[in-house]
Design a binder for this molecule. Structure first.
Ligand code: ZN
Length: 398
């Protein structure tokens, strides 16, 4: 890496040439990043449309959201969680008799299940219902005796939107459980009389009053690169809205939730908390997790760790929209428009507050003309400038 370090301007040109303008997400190295070394061509990450989380109301089958985080997000209308309210009448709810569980195939288990458990037998997947936590078919052998006559039982996933203290009802802990007949599918679910297996980061995030669902992700590797491992630390689905601010795609479609490492989710919350008092009601992004290498290198992008998000713009409470694409003012540290000032000042506040370790703006290179790339590269503290200049063509002539 060191061999590539030369003057920043030269590096910037090299980066553009190397990437051919094809969506390069330059990510400065994690070491002693300063303005100069951020142009390291070895760190230029490609940005091929990081995925939206695939939020799905039917995510329990493990084949949608949680097992395939690269799937484009279709989920858009998940309701706001009713934090703290004890849910009733569905899988995972309390019960005394089956009459308390008004859904097809319902059973009320009471022996070994504190305050009863509405459930149903399953072998593979379980149905979800709007207004209730996502479900999962858990292996009955890992449940109390009362479940032993089944192959699997439907359980609710842990969800800090509905149960802000622990993600589960009282008497239940958030632990991993396998699907019956498929030990490769493992999820967090609410199990009776168990101690939670979640790390402290999840509880710290819950204490900030945001809804999320802890998840389990298998490590994976980019195609043809088995030596590289994409691992997400403490993965979760951060649920929209976040403190009243809706998560949206860059086109403005509401996104039900976004996949993130737990530390990254915390940074997103800080970022949203920063702009919400300024009237922001919609946070437009272009994706988070994507297991891939930086273009032209064998180095993994921070998107590979669920530790980066691409921010496209902001909707305001009076209806206007400011985007990085249309409103960023290039080549100046003194933007003139209200929108340009807002975007410039926001990026600098996030930098000064250390919400993010790396912030790449359109001033970094042409491939960031339509978004801020922000990530948690350890050891870095970088805001996307090169000598205070935007380098390369301005493809949108702004
Ligand atoms: Zn990015």
């Amino acid at each position: 890496m060191k061999a590539f370090r030369t003057a920043p301007v030269i590096l910037g040109l090299t980066t553009l040439a190397a990437c051919g303008g094809g969506g390069s997400d330059a990510v400065p190295s994690g070491g002693n990043s300063q303005l100069g070394d951020a142009g390291d061509p070895g760190d230029a990450a490609s940005e091929p449309a990081p995925s939206f989380d695939a939020a799905s109301e039917a995510a329990d089958d493990g084949t949608t959201a949680t097992d395939a985080p690269n799937t484009p997000d279709a989920g858009a209308d998940q309701q706001a969680p009713e934090a703290g309210a004890e849910l009733s009448g569905y899988i995972g709810s309390g019960c005394t008799t089956a009459a308390d569980c008004p859904f097809d195939g319902a059973t009320c288990l009471t022996d070994g299940f504190p305050n009863g458990l509405c459930t149903q037998a399953c072998t593979d997947t379980c149905p979800d219902q709007s207004g209730q936590p996502v479900t999962f078919c858990g292996k009955a052998a890992d449940l109390p005796e009362a479940g032993s006559s089944f192959d699997g039982l439907c359980l609710s996933r842990c969800d800090f939107g509905y149960y802000p203290d622990s993600g589960c009802r009282a008497g239940y802990g958030c632990v991993k459980i396998e699907r019956p007949f498929d030990s490769t599918v493992v999820k967090f679910a609410c199990l009776p009389n168990r101690t939670s297996e979640l790390s402290q980061c999840y509880y710290d995030l819950a204490a900030r009053g945001v809804g999320f669902e802890p998840t389990v992700m298998a490590d994976e590797s980019p195609d043809g690169m088995p030596q590289l491992v994409c691992h997400v630390q403490d993965p979760l689905y951060l649920k929209s809205p976040v403190h009243g601010v809706q998560l949206r795609t860059s086109a403005g479609t509401a996104t039900a939730r976004v996949l993130a490492s737990c530390p990254m989710a915390g940074a997103v919350v800080s970022t949203i908390d920063d702009v919400a008092p300024l009237g922001v009601v919609g946070f437009r992004h272009m994706g988070t997790y994507n297991c891939r290498v930086i273009a032209g290198t064998t180095e993994l992008s921070q998107h590979s760790f669920g530790a980066a998000i691409d921010i496209a713009g902001f909707d305001f409470d009076d209806g206007h929209l400011w985007t990085v694409l249309d409103d960023w003012e290039h080549d100046t540290a003194a933007p003139q428009t209200d929108a340009g000032k807002f975007l410039y000042a926001a990026a600098h506040r996030w930098f000064d507050a250390h919400y993010w370790n790396i912030i790449l703006t359109p001033n970094y290179n042409a491939d960031h003309d339509d978004h801020f790339h922000v990530d948690l590269t350890q050891g870095s503290h970088f805001l996307g400038f090169k000598d205070g200049r935007y380098i390369g063509p301005a493809p949108y002539a702004d």
